[in-house]
Design a protein around this ligand. Structure first.
Ligand code: HEM
Length: 462
């Protein structure tokens, strides 16, 4: 099932203290010796090269110690078996400057309590009420598109999913002015976050980043004032609303305790940040792949015509939209919106017979796993049909993992699948989008995997 080879080293490792173990192997060829330039220039190729070296590979870049895992059993150990001994990686931890101490960044007993409190809010049953919003907001957006015009479908997808996440998190009654303020503040803060992450910035004197940081701090104040006002209004109005903030306010722990306003703020902002660009990317890349593969596009439209016959899709249609779902699974395989996740152990541990230190960043790349020919035939080809059989049941765990895995698997995965299916079905039933011929296909791997120059496409109304 997996490629982990049990060697003498492993047998010794089983009994030895982790401190006595060897460090994971480093690539020997010069091409694999990590440099800022290589990683910064093409992180995707860099991760593929590191993984091709073996199931566990260490690459040192300056003071960063990166350990790439390319084996499902080792990944299982990190995400499931030893999950309680792991923190999120350093970059994810830094996201708390935007998200606060929400589900993505919180740790330990606090995270466990929050996850337990919030899990029921994301069950299929609780989310069912949002299906109407998803399809309707897509219809409203498309209604403004003109026959023959060229649009940036990535920007459009971002606007649609932002509209949906605002309405589901904060409620439909939120004034558009507030949505704009929140969207603008989050954009500024994420922009600063990404600038700081870009490796070259780390060599830049702190004073050079002052202006951007001051702007991000202002944005955070503006964001907080809108969100706290909204929370206060909802508290005053009493519980019972269908939006996620109202449900967070109503949620009670086993001890009867409720969340503070700050915690509700942090969880709400976390959901907006984690939940809109990711899903927008699924729509963007699906559109690109369908335009590049017209025969698949035709098959998708045949399904939509048969199941929907021109009406707006509803929750009940999802079970019948099997090819639409397969297109989405395949788009997330080829272009996983979250293309790498990371962990670091709390203490020194042994992993795969090697010593892992607390400052090692354990990296698991969906990009690498999803393009691996050990599990996917023709790994770079767009073949949605592969998902129509029993592939999902027969793949080893932690091979296809657009939503992560283990205890910290995406809490919004049902939300995201429902949104992707309903929005893509609505979109493709109403329009055919033809990506312009000379459109660049360059990718920009930042926090998520984005098209560097958006996605320009011609609109043909159906
Ligand atoms: C296609 C869309 C999405 C993708 C590809 C995606 C991907 C992921 C991945 C890979 C993780 C795990 C991160 C890790 O292990 O370090 C994650 C976690 C998370 N996602 Fe999503 N996500 C999507 C949509 C959403 C939506 C719609 C929401 C909320 C409405 C959401 C909220 C979260 C939260 C709160 C976490 C942290 C969970 C925890 O640690 O307990 N995501 N997501």
């Amino acid at each position: 099932m997996s490629s982990t080879v049990v060697t003498d080293t492993d047998l010794v490792a089983a009994t030895a203290s982790p401190l006595q173990l060897k460090r994971p192997p480093r690539p020997k060829t010069t091409a694999l010796i990590g440099t800022f330039a290589q990683l910064a220039k093409d992180p995707l190729a860099f991760m593929r090269m590191a993984a091709s070296h073996g199931p566990i590979t260490r690459v040192c870049i300056g003071t960063e110690k990166l350990v790439f895992l390319a084996d499902p059993d080792l990944i299982h150990e990190v995400l499931v078996g030893r999950a309680s001994e792991m923190f999120k990686d350093r970059i994810t931890q830094k996201l708390n400057e935007v998200m606060g101490n929400g589900l993505v960044t919180s740790e330990g007993a606090f995270w466990r309590r929050q996850r337990k409190l919030m899990a029921p809010l994301f069950s299929r049953k609780q989310l069912a009420g949002y299906a109407g919003i998803m399809a309707e907001r897509t219809e409203v957006a498309i209604a403004k598109w003109q026959q023959g015009e060229i649009r940036d479908i990535h920007l459009d997808s971002m606007a649609i999913t932002l509209d949906i996440i605002f309405r589901t998190v904060f409620g439909a009654e939120m004034p558009p002015a507030n949505s704009h303020k929140i969207a603008h503040a989050i954009e500024l803060m994420m922009d600063q976050f990404e600038k700081e992450l870009r490796t070259w910035r780390r060599f830049v004197p702190d004073s050079w980043l002052k202006k951007g940081r001051a702007r991000a701090a202002e944005a955070r104040e503006a964001l907080d004032s809108v969100v706290y006002e909204l929370i206060a209004k909802k508290r005053a109005a009493g519980t019972g609303g269908d939006d996620l903030v109202s449900r967070l306010l109503a949620a009670k722990g086993d001890d009867g305790a409720v969340m503070s306003d700050q915690q509700v703020r942090d969880e709400a902002v976390t959901m907006v940040v984690a939940g809109h660009e990711t899903t927008a990317l699924v729509l963007t890349f699906s559109t690109m792949l369908l335009s590049d593969n017209p025969e698949v596009g035709a098959k998708l439209r045949a399904e939509l015509d048969e199941v929907l016959g021109g009406r707006t899709p509803q929750l009940d249609d999802m079970a019948k939209l099997t090819f639409t779902r397969a297109v989405i699974l395949e788009a997330m395989r080829l272009f996983p919106p979250v293309y790498v996740i990371g962990r670091q152990p709390e203490n020194t541990i042994g992993l795969g017979g090697y010593r892992i230190d607390p400052d090692d960043q354990l990296l698991i790349s969906q990009w690498v796993l999803h393009h691996d020919s050990r599990w996917f035939s023709e790994p770079d080809a767009f073949v949605p049909e592969r998902w129509l059989g029993d592939l999902e049941q027969t793949l080893p765990n932690h091979v296809y993992m657009p939503f992560g895995g283990g205890l910290r698997v995406c809490i919004g995965q049902h939300f995201a699948m429902m949104e992707s299916v309903l929005c893509l079905a609505t979109l493709m039933q109403r329009v055919e989008l033809q990506v312009v011929a000379d459109q660049s296909r360059e990718l920009s791997p930042a926090v998520t995997l984005r098209p560097r120059h958006g996605l320009q496409a011609v609109v043909h109304k159906r």
